[in-house]
Design a protein around this ligand. Structure first.
Ligand SMILES: [Fe+2]
Ligand SMILES: [Fe+2]
Length: 271
C-alpha cells in the first residue's frame, strides 16, 4: 500500500482549504493524492525523472502559496513543461491509454485485481475505466466517467462507474467491502457524506445493477499498491470485446461525447 501520512497529506491541501472543504471533497482529495503518490513512486523506481513523471504535480508545487488550478482540474490541464505526444488521426482507446492516460497505475492495478480474482470480464473492464476521466476532470468523477464511455459500452459498465463514487462511503459486508479505515484516520469518525451522495447511494443500493458499482469499489481498495507494474497491453483483448471502438476514431464519430475525447486529445485547444 501507498502509505499516507496524515500530516503530509493535509499539508498538500491549499492553505485554509480544510476549513471550507466538505467531507466528500476531502475524500476526493485523499484519493487523488494517493493516485499521484503511487504514480510518483512507480516512476521513481523505473528511474524516470522526466517524461510521464514530469507531468505529475509534486507536493512542493501543491504547497506553494498563491494562485493554483482548482482541485477539480483534470490532470491533462495541470501546468506542465511537457509537450503532448501527437495522436493518430483515428485514435483508439489504447492510444488514449498510452498517449494521454499514462501512467494510469491506479486503474491498471484495479483491473488486475479484478482479473486475478476471477471476476467477470465486464467488471475487469469497468475497473480499467473507472477513473480515467480524472485526466479530464476530477469533481464528481463517477458521473463524468460514466458519460465519457456510455455510447461505447454495455450499460452495466457505465452504470457501475457512475455509482462507484457514492458507494465508496458505505460498507457492504456481503461483498466484503468495509468503510475505508483510511477515511476514519484522515477525516475522523464523524464523517457524513453530502445529501446528494447519500441519495445516489440509496438509489444505487436498490437498483438491479448494484453489484456492477459495488465490485468497482471492492477492487478500488486494492489498487494502491506500490511495487506492482502493469502494462495496458495485458488488457488489449478485453478492450476489444468490451469497448465498441468507433471506426472514425474517438472524438470523430459525431457521438454525444466525441467532444470530450477531442478535448483530451488536444488539451491545448484555446477555445
Ligand atoms: Fe474513483
Ligand atoms: Fe479508483
Amino acid at each position: 500500500m501507498v502509505e499516507v501520512d496524515r500530516k503530509t497529506f493535509l499539508a498538500s491541501l491549499p492553505a485554509g482549504a480544510l476549513a471550507v472543504m466538505s467531507h466528500e471533497d476531502k475524500a476526493e482529495a485523499l484519493e487523488h493524492y494517493m493516485e499521484d503518490e503511487l504514480d510518483k513512486k512507480i516512476a521513481a523506481r523505473r528511474g524516470e525523472v522526466d517524461g510521464e513523471a514530469g507531468s505529475i504535480i509534486t507536493l512542493d508545487e501543491l504547497e506553494q502559496e498563491g494562485p493554483r488550478a482548482p482541485r477539480g482540474t483534470g490532470r491533462l490541464f495541470q501546468p506542465t513543461e511537457d509537450e503532448f505526444a501527437p495522436m493518430p488521426d483515428a485514435p483508439t482507446l489504447l492510444d488514449f491509454f498510452q498517449l494521454r492516460f499514462a501512467p494510469a497505475n491506479h486503474v491498471l492495478q484495479s483491473a488486475t485485481h479484478a482479473l486475478t480474482t476471477g471476476q467477470p470480464e465486464r467488471t475487469i473492464f469497468a475497473c480499467l475505466m473507472h477513473d480515467v476521466v480524472l485526466n479530464l476532470i476530477k469533481g464528481d468523477h463517477g458521473w463524468w466517467g460514466a458519460q465519457l464511455i456510455e455510447p461505447y459500452v454495455d450499460e452495466r459498465i457505465s452504470w457501475g462507474i457512475r455509482y462507484h463514487g457514492p458507494l465508496r462511503f458505505y460498507a457492504d459486508e456481503e461483498f466484503g467491502y468495509e468503510y475505508p479505515e483510511m477515511y476514519n484516520r484522515i477525516f475522523g469518525h464523524d464523517y457524513v457524506p453530502e445529501p446528494y451522495i447519500k441519495q445516489a447511494y440509496e438509489f444505487a443500493r436498490n437498483h438491479r445493477y448494484y453489484a456492477e458499482a459495488r465490485l468497482i469499489t471492492v477492487n478500488d481498495t486494492y489498487a494502491f499498491q506500490d511495487g506492482m507494474d502493469v502494462d495496458i497491453e495485458v488488457f488489449t483483448d478485453i478492450i476489444g470485446r468490451q469497448f465498441k471502438q468507433p471506426k472514425e476514431g474517438l472524438g470523430y464519430d459525431n457521438s454525444p461525447v466525441a467532444h470530450m475525447w477531442r478535448t483530451m486529445a488536444n488539451p491545448n485547444r484555446p477555445l
